[in-house]
Ligand binder design. Structure first.
Ligand code: HEM
Length: 516
């Protein structure tokens, strides 16, 4: 070998040593965490299900900021409200990306899913497209729909005690009326079956560790004939796209107002492919259904596990609406029902439907309290750990709305910074009116008389964590209450076209900028 050859190799080795030593030095500045093995890091410790339980243990062991290495990606776990706010809210410009999900976001959704897409210019365009119908002011105009469906919800519980079914009908009907202009009545509608299939496909595509292409993204380039995951992703994509397209086309042909009619006229939608528009609307409806539905199921579980709080809630409601000739609480009453808001806040604290929040990712290197957080890290706000922090909450496993009386919730139940839930103004109304009316209407009791003991095993272990099936009895508080429910149901305007005409009228009265 020539002298130049030796020099070339020596320079290469020196550079490699410098890179290794720099990486070692930076790694020593990462937040603490469980010991990493060479090459695989902590991949062997990555939890397949209910990840929040493992994350919570690590946070209890190593402190409120933990780092692990899963498959070469630094994953930072946050177990403290203030740290989560400092990073995800206040440094939103650095922390607004999403972790790379090759199978789910890139192959299955082809970057059409707003929740998991990266914050590029196209993402911003979609945000602008959606903002007018989700704004705080626009959200107040949808209350006629929530009013009607919450009366139907009470009426359904007079007829049967099927918690999952009735909560699903409630959440789905509101979402589909607004998005597409049709109601869900039986839960057997074909759109509901298709939406459940879409949800199952998404959960499979997003399953951590299930797809080799997530560990080795370069495999995305393989031809489909030798990459079976590509065929699977294409099938998921086709199924979901066909559903969203058919919902969009039917909605445009229906009488009356719905979001589809609004979106197609937006300047942001000009030149946008139809399927891209259809995905936006489909994802909005999906995001609204599972979340609000699971929240209400969790609330009902709290009623059968901690019945005492219902007495306090009723005292507050009855004080406002009267007990002997009762009337149902209305939207206008909600501002005078602080305990009901405390109940909503406590449901989120006791068991948030997303116990490991929704992960963000970093767009560049960052430092926090002397710890290094590299570009491309996945950042997980571990809500389970924050909400069960004994330094903050006395007996955190107990459901106790009193914790919140006289206080504002500080818990970021809707997420953080630039990725905060855009449907939160609608969702708050959907869940709060249902909680107030259910507490007003029924004694909600365990089916066999004994209060249900609740622990982690009562909840499912996927991304959105549901209560596992449980039974509850909904006994009207009196004959007078039953009559009010029956009459309210009979008199409620259930025709979607008329309801949406009221929504439009309200919007015009408020001077909202309308696109239709
Ligand atoms: C109880 C009901 C709901 C809860 C608890 C909830 C919670 C969340 C959370 C935690 C996030 C992620 C925030 C983050 O990454 O920091 C999110 C995102 C989102 N939510 Fe909701 N949500 C609810 C209802 C809704 C509704 C009714 C809609 C639509 C009408 C909606 C639309 C969205 C969308 C579009 C995103 C993606 C935002 C983005 O990544 O840019 N959500 N939601």
């Amino acid at each position: 070998m020539t002298l130049n050859g030796y020099l070339f190799i020596a320079t290469g080795i020196i550079l490699l040593l410098i890179v290794i030593s720099h990486r070692r030095r930076m790694r020593s500045k990462l937040p603490p965490g469980p010991h990493r093995l060479p090459i695989i890091g902590n991949t062997h410790q990555a939890p397949n299900s209910a990840p929040w339980l493992t994350f919570q243990k690590w946070i209890q062991q190593y402190g409120p900021l933990v780092s692990v290495d899963f498959g070469g990606t630094t994953v930072v776990l946050i177990g403290d409200y203030d740290i989560a706010k400092d990073l995800l809210d206040k440094r939103g410009n650095v922390y607004s990306a999403r972790p790379r999900m090759v199978m789910a976001a890139e192959l299955t959704c082809k970057e059409h899913h707003i929740l998991i897409r990266q914050p590029d210019a196209r993402y911003m365009l979609h945000q602008r497209l959606e903002a007018p119908v989700l704004s705080p002011r626009a959200s107040t105009t949808y209350t006629p729909v929530q009013d009607m469906e919450s009366k139907v919800l009470l009426h359904n519980f007079l007829r049967d005690y099927e918690v999952t079914k009735n909560c699903e009908i409630y959440a789905a009907s509101i979402a589909y009326i607004l998005t597409y202009g049709f109601r869900v009545v039986t839960n057997d509608e074909w759109q509901m079956d298709a939406a459940r299939a879409v949800n199952d496909n998404f959960v499979r595509a997003a399953q951590p560790g299930a797809w080799v292409v997530d560990a080795f993204p370069v495999m995305k380039m393989l031809p489909a004939c030798i990459a079976p995951f590509k065929k699977k992703a294409e099938n998921f994509w086709r199924y979901e796209t066909d559903l969203h397209l058919s919902n969009l086309r039917e909605a445009l042909n229906r009488e009356g107002y719905n979001w589809c009619k609004d979106f197609v006229l937006a300047k942001e939608a000009k030149d946008m492919p139809e399927e891209e528009l259809a995905w936006d609307l489909g994802v909005l409806a999906d995001a609204a259904i599972e979340t609000s539905n699971v929240f209400l199921q969790t609330f009902i579980l709290a009623c059968v596990a901690y019945p005492e709080f219902m007495t306090t809630a009723r005292k507050e409601i009855d004080g406002l609406v009267g007990q002997h000739e009762p009337r149902m609480p209305e939207f206008a009453d909600l501002e005078n029902l602080p305990y009901i808001h405390a109940v909503v806040e406590e449901v989120f604290r006791w068991h948030h439907i997303l116990p490991a929040g929704v992960a963000h990712a970093t767009l560049k290197d960052d430092w926090y309290n002397g710890f290094f957080i590299p570009k491309g890290s996945t950042i997980v706000p571990v809500w389970k750990a924050m909400r069960e922090d004994t330094k903050r909450y006395d007996e955190p496993l107990h459901f106790r709305p009193e914790r919140w009386t006289g206080k504002n919730g500080q818990s970021n139940n809707w997420g953080y910074g630039r990725r905060i839930c855009t449907g939160r103004h609608i969702a708050k109304n959907t869940i709060t009116i249902a909680v107030a009316r259910l507490l007003w209407a029924f004694d909600i009791k365990p089916a066999n008389g004994d209060r249900i003991e609740v622990d982690d095993s009562m909840f499912t272990e996927g991304f959105v964590s549901h209560p596992k099936p449980f039974e509850a009895v909904f006994q009207p508080r009196s004959e007078a209450h039953r009559e009010v429910i029956e009459t309210a149901y009979d008199n409620a305007e259930k025709d979607v076209q008329s309801l949406m005409a009221t929504v439009r009228y309200n919007q015009q009265q408020m001077g909202l900028k309308l696109r239709v």
